[in-house]
Design a protein around this ligand. Structure first.
Ligand SMILES: Nc1nc2c(c(=O)[nH]1)N[C@H]1C(S)=C(S)[C@@H](COP(=O)(O)O)O[C@H]1N2
Ligand SMILES: [Mo]
Length: 196
C-alpha cells in the first residue's frame, strides 16, 4: 500500500507557533455520549455541487483504493501530536469520482453527532487529506471517529471531523459548529488562524 508522509511533517518549522508536543491526542466531543453507530445503516455521501453524487456503505468504503498517511495533528487549544498513522481513502480520489461542478469552492463536512465544519475545497484536493477508517493500524476507535474520520493535516484538528457521514460541496463559504462560535473559517496553524 502507498504510504504518504504529510508535507507538514517535513517542514523546518514543523511545530506551528504557539503549540507544544504531547504524546497522544486528547479526545474532544461536543456531546457527552457517543452512541455505537449502526454500521448496517451507515451511508457516506458526497452531495451538493457535484455532477455525480456518491453514496457508499461501510463495506464499499473499505473496498476503495486506500493509502497510509503519517501526519502530525495540531489542536487549536495548543497541543500537537507527532506522526499519527492513518489509513483510508484520499478525499481527492472521492472528489474525482463525484466531479465537483465549476461553482464548487467550499465544503461543509457533516458528522453523525451533529458536528459540522467548513473549509475551502482545495484542502480536500491535497494528497495528504484522507477519509480514514484506521488509526495506528487498527479500526478507528469510537472515541477517535469510527466509522470514518476526515483528516486534513494542513489545518487545525477541529477541521478533522470524526464520525463523518457526508461532504457537501458549496459555492459560498458557510460556518460549521465551531466556526459559528468564533473559530476561523480556514484555520492554518502556521498562520495561527485560530479565532476571528
Ligand atoms: N464529530 C466531531 N469531530 C470532531 C470534534 C467533535 O466534537 N465532533 N472535535 C474536534 C476537535 S476540537 C479536535 S481537537 C479533534 C480531537 O480529536 P480526538 O477526539 O480524536 O482527539 O477532533 C475534532 N473533530
Ligand atoms: Mo480542538
Amino acid at each position: 500500500m502507498k504510504r504518504i508522509v504529510s508535507p507538514i511533517n517535513q517542514r523546518e518549522d514543523r511545530l506551528p507557533p504557539g503549540q507544544r508536543w504531547i504524546s497522544s491526542p486528547i479526545v474532544y466531543d461536543i456531546v457527552d455520549h457517543i452512541p455505537e453507530w449502526d454500521i448496517g445503516k451507515y451511508r457516506f455521501k458526497v452531495f451538493g455541487l457535484v455532477e455525480n453524487p456518491l453514496e457508499l456503505n461501510y463495506e464499499e468504503l473499505l473496498k476503495m483504493p486506500s493509502v497510509e498517511l503519517i501526519a502530525d495533528f495540531h489542536c487549536v487549544t495548543r497541543w500537537s501530536v507527532k506522526d499519527i498513522l492513518w489509513e483510508g481513502i484520499q478525499t481527492s480520489s472521492l472528489l474525482s469520482l463525484a466531479k465537483p461542478k465549476g461553482e464548487a469552492r467550499y465544503v461543509m463536512v457533516h458528522s453523525l453527532d451533529g458536528y459540522t465544519t467548513n473549509m475551502p475545497l482545495e484542502y480536500l484536493l491535497y494528497e495528504d487529506s484522507l477519509l480514514a477508517y484506521k488509526m495506528n493500524g487498527q479500526t478507528i476507535p469510537l472515541r477517535h471517529g469510527y466509522p470514518l474520520r476526515l483528516i486534513v493535516p494542513r489545518l487545525y484538528a477541529w477541521k478533522s471531523a470524526k464520525y463523518v457521514w457526508g461532504i457537501e460541496l458549496l459555492a459560498k463559504d458557510a460556518p460549521g459548529y465551531w466556526e459559528q462560535r468564533g473559530y476561523n473559517m480556514r484555520g492554518d496553524p502556521w498562520k495561527e488562524e485560530r479565532y476571528w
